[in-house]
Write a protein that binds this ligand. Structure first.
Ligand code: BGC
Length: 265
């Protein structure tokens, strides 16, 4: 991997970088040469593990505690990352939570938490990042980690779907509004990826095979398969890409196969 180094000299902030897909993204960007800041809310031990791994890769790092669902704390996170590592060229809005509940049982607190972390956090982090780049007249890249549920309904997860759907619209709207300042904005929409968020499925063979039956490539994705697209979008190879969301889902989103009984002539 060391021969790639397409992110040398760049600084990336990866929210939710202590676990799951965020951890894979943080490590991948570092392997490609970037200095990387991550944040955490509660999982300090996992964050410290990632920081140790990042240091082993020989890159400068920063670890900042932040609750991204609070606008002030989201803005402060961007400022602290820039202070610690000199600047932030790439922000990866990865922090996310989901919670299962039937629609009729969702509480206001759950709604606020899911929308707060997945959407409001990304919004105010992007805003602070844009303000900094507009002031310093420097190019930048915003990458929003959404989900196949940006477009695909997920019964039992209505707030999560709302947040991810809106994140897709944030990606497209900001791509246009920030283009004059040289800031690109793209999304990555993972499907079923082998991380903690899917532990309940992975522990149950029946649930796992039901899920795999819906995925045309018949396997779950690996966190690094998401991280690879993020590294591309963070690099200058993607300078002309803005307003796009890349689905990394083994074909899940478009999987509709109809039993039709018709015969070819
Ligand atoms: C969710 C997972 C789900 C996957 C595919 C992701 O956004 O976080 O819980 O398995 O989408 O449905």
């Amino acid at each position: 991997m060391s021969e790639l180094k397409r992110l040398s000299g760049r600084v990336a902030l990866v929210t939710g970088g202590s676990r799951g897909i965020g951890r894979a993204i943080a490590l991948r960007l570092a392997r490609e040469g970037a200095r990387v800041a991550i944040d955490f809310v509660a999982h300090i031990r996992e964050a410290e593990e990632v920081i140790a791994q990042l240091k082993d890769l020989g890159v400068q790092t920063a670890c900042i505690q932040a609750d991204v669902s609070n606008a002030d704390s989201a803005r402060t996170l961007v400022r602290e990352a820039a202070r610690a590592l000199g600047k932030v060229d790439v922000v990866v809005n990865n922090a996310g939570v989901e919670k299962y509940a039937p629609f009729w049982d969702i509480t206001e607190a759950d709604y606020d938490k899911v929308l707060g972390v997945n959407l409001k956090g990304a919004f105010f982090i992007a805003q602070e990042f844009a303000r900094q780049h507009i002031a310093s007249k420097s190019a930048g890249k915003i990458i929003n980690i959404s989900s196949v549920h940006e477009v695909l309904p997920f019964p039992g997860f209505a707030p999560y779907c709302l947040a991810k759907g809106a994140l897709g619209m944030l990606t497209r709207t900001l791509a246009i509004e920030l283009a004059p300042f040289g800031i690109t904005v793209n999304g990555v929409a993972p499907g079923a990826i082998e991380t903690d968020i899917n532990q309940s499925v992975l522990r149950d063979p029946e649930l796992t095979s039901a899920l795999l039956a819906k995925i045309p490539l018949r396997r779950m994705g690996k966190p690094d398969e998401v991280a690879g697209i993020v590294a591309f979008l963070a690099s200058s190879e993607a300078d002309y890409v803005t307003g796009s969301t890349y689905f990394v889902d083994g074909g899940l989103t478009w999987n509709y196969v109809e039993a039709h009984g018709k015969k070819a002539a």
